[in-house]
Design a protein around this ligand. Structure first.
Ligand SMILES: C[S@@+](CC[C@H](N)C(=O)[O-])C[C@H]1O[C@@H](n2cnc3c(N)ncnc32)[C@H](O)[C@@H]1O
Length: 222
C-alpha cells in the first residue's frame, strides 16, 4: 500500500465508487491506494505531463486501472466514471478543467485546491453540485478537501449562512466552527489588521472575517 499523507488520506476517505478518475494523478498513489483498499473497482489516471503520466502508468500496472496522457477532461468520455478527484492544484485550474466539459463531470466529485477554494465552491453552485462534506487538513498550510454530489435546487449547506462568507471560508466549516478553525480566522484577521495598504482582495477578505467572527461572538454571548 503506498504512503498517503494526511491530505490524500482525507481525500481517499471521501471516495467510494465503481469507476473513479483522478485528474493530475502524478505519482498515482491515490488511485493505487483506492484500488488496493477496495474503495473503487476501477481507476483512471489522467496526466498532461509526460513523467507524471509514466509514473501513474507504472504505479497502476497489474491493477484495475489505466493511465491516460491528456489535458483534464479531454481524457474522459461522458458517463465513463461515476466519481472524480482533482487534488494538489489551484482552484483556478480545477475550475477551468471542470468547466471545459461539464457533461463529462461525474455525479460525485472530490476536490482539494491548494488555493482559491472559493472558485471551486462557486463552480459547484453554478454547475448543479451540492457540497456534502468539507474538511480542513492542517498540513504545511490549511488544505481544503471538499466532496460534492450532483443535485438539483439550492445547496442546503449554504442555508442560514452569509453567502459570500460561506463561499470564502466554507459553509460546513462555518457551521462546525471548531476551535482550531476559529483560532485560524482570528489569527488571519489580526495579521490583516496589522498590514498597511491592503489590496482590494485582502480588504474584502478582512470584511468577511470581521463579519464571521462578530457573528460567532454574538452566538457565544446568547
Ligand atoms: C502538484 S501535482 C499533485 C499530484 C497529486 N494529485 C497530489 O495531490 O498529490 C499536480 C499534477 O497535476 C497535473 N496536472 C495539472 N493540470 C493538469 C491538467 N489540466 N490535466 C492533467 N493533469 C494536470 C500536473 O502535471 C501534476 O502532476
Amino acid at each position: 500500500m503506498p504512503h498517503l499523507d494526511l491530505r490524500l488520506k482525507t481525500v481517499a476517505k471521501q471516495i467510494q465508487a465503481n469507476c473513479h478518475v483522478d485528474i493530475g494523478s502524478d505519482h498515482g498513489n491515490l488511485l493505487v491506494s483506492l484500488l488496493k483498499s477496495g474503495r473503487i473497482q476501477m481507476g483512471i489516471a489522467i496526466e498532461n505531463k509526460r513523467q507524471p503520466f509514466e509514473n501513474s502508468r507504472y504505479a497502476l500496472i497489474e491493477l484495475a486501472g489505466e493511465a491516460r496522457f491528456a489535458d483534464g477532461l479531454n481524457g474522459l468520455a461522458a458517463g465513463e466514471a461515476d466519481s472524480l478527484s482533482i487534488c494538489g492544484v489551484g482552484g483556478g485550474s480545477i475550475d477551468a478543467i471542470l468547466r471545459e466539459h461539464p457533461e463529462r463531470v461525474p455525479p460525485k466529485v472530490v476536490l482539494q485546491p491548494n488555493r482559491d477554494e472559493k472558485l471551486v465552491r462557486r463552480w459547484a453552485i453554478d454547475s448543479g453540485y451540492h457540497l456534502v462534506d468539507e474538511h480542513i487538513v492542517w498540513g504545511h498550510w490549511p488544505y481544503a478537501v471538499m466532496a460534492f454530489q450532483s443535485a438539483s435546487g439550492n445547496d442546503p449547506a449554504y442555508y442560514d449562512e452569509d453567502q459570500e462568507a460561506a463561499l470564502m471560508f466554507g459553509p460546513i466549516n462555518l457551521k462546525r466552527s471548531t476551535p482550531r478553525f476559529i483560532k485560524r480566522l482570528n489569527e488571519e484577521r489580526q495579521y490583516l489588521l496589522n498590514l498597511e495598504g491592503l489590496s482590494d482582495a485582502s480588504r474584502y477578505r478582512l470584511e468577511l472575517l470581521q463579519k464571521v467572527l462578530h457573528r460567532k461572538q454574538d452566538e457565544t454571548n446568547h
